[in-house]
Design a protein around this ligand. Sequence first.
Ligand code: 4AD
Ligand code: MG
Length: 475
Amino acid sequence: MQIKELLKQSPSEQEVTVKGWVRTKRGQAAVTFIAINDGSTIHNIQAVAEGGLIDEETLKLVSTGACVAVTGKLIASMGSGQAVEVKAEKIVVYGNADETFPMQPKKHSMEFLREKAHLRFRTNTFGAIFRIRHVLAFAVHKYFNDNGFFNLHTPIITASDAEGAGEMFHVTNFDMEKPPKGEDGNIDYSQDFFGRKTSLTVSGQLEGELGALALSKIYTFGPTFRAENSNTTRHLAEFWMIEPEVAFYELEDNMALAEDFVQTVIKYALENCADDLAFLEKRLLEEEKSKPQNERSELSLIDKLKFVIENQFQRLTYTEAIEILVRSKPHKEKKFQYPVEWGIDLQSEHERYLVEKHFKKPVILTNYPKDIKAFYMKLDDDNKTVRAMDVLFPGIGEIIGGSQREDDYEKLLARTKEVGIDPENIWWYLETRKFGSAPHAGFGLGFERLVLFVTGMTNIRDVIPFPRTPKSAEF
Ligand code: 4AD
Ligand code: MG
């Protein structure tokens, strides 16, 4: 029986078998207490081995990290902290672990645990994170299913750079030592596997739009890849993105969807991950104690999550945001590292000022200058800004990026050329604006940034099982 289920049982001396990994063993010859965890819950079950019942040789093999099956009666626990425990009658050691097992019961640094990513699942913290990650993924599918969206699987290998940022990983089966060359001396991609140059996708959006312009409401939830060399606590080279795309939606509808969507999935996590969130909240409080008073967060983890689901996100335009930033204290006192003026791409320090200092709640910024946004965004009437929206979260910065899409064929074609994309490469995308074009909008939520927010972790490498970052793909 899973420990999660077992802990809910009332003890009536029924015989049970628990299988899991030993977290701790304490006690002496007369009686040994073994804490076992099987990952189904943050809580361990205690097995009690009284002297004589279990042979010495077996008990010796039961140590932190060992995998065991314990059979015995489920009884009321004498100790505090648990209602029931197993009175061990038989222990089978599936696999022992000696004292070199790295996950010993003491505090480990996150850096150390990253180097042991193959074993870090066996800690309380990572158990909690990956259970929450699962619940959030489930909540995402549930939300869209409940709201009439269809899940669309967009390709992972693609020939187009959806974001136009040129940060793509190439996909080829050429012998890299001697790729075929054309007469001009350049690599001849027409001889490559797909007969053209291909890469891993940075976004499923372009294909998602094709689906939305027939199925009306679709969403993707897949891996995306970016070869940007940013070694930050917010960037991964391989991450998961959720991209809804909706026909007949304009920017305002898109904002309402984004807000309702994140609030609903966070609410679902609050309702379904209470134990894990309580554990992570306690862990964070401990961590906060070592910080100076003025750097401690005002809200505990669970209060922060409740705050986000109970308050409307602040909506304002990019231009209004720039005005606020120009008038801000850190700008006047030259405390921002990057200068502020209309036209700049907002840096994380600017976003965090708006969210954490000025509004003190999530913010949706809209109508950015066209020059700092992707080619597919719908031009505003002023020809200077586009119908873009970024959702900014406390402690995270940008969690969602999206827009209303340009649905006018001529305008889209002009923008395509302006930013240097060969229209031939995305003829299929452009053609949807020729046949039954419709206003439509969508956005992308970085799944790991959501998990980061909900778990209160501070480094994105700790909320994905096996992070891919510059110079690191060990596991
Ligand atoms: O803002 P981005 O680049 O938008 C798009 O890709 C659009 N095609 C989305 C759309 O409109 N359908 O990325 C969307 C989100 C960001 O807001 C961020 O949360 C996340 O993806 N993201 C990353 N997460 C982790 N590591 C990275 N390197 C990320 N880059 C973007
Ligand atoms: Mg963005």
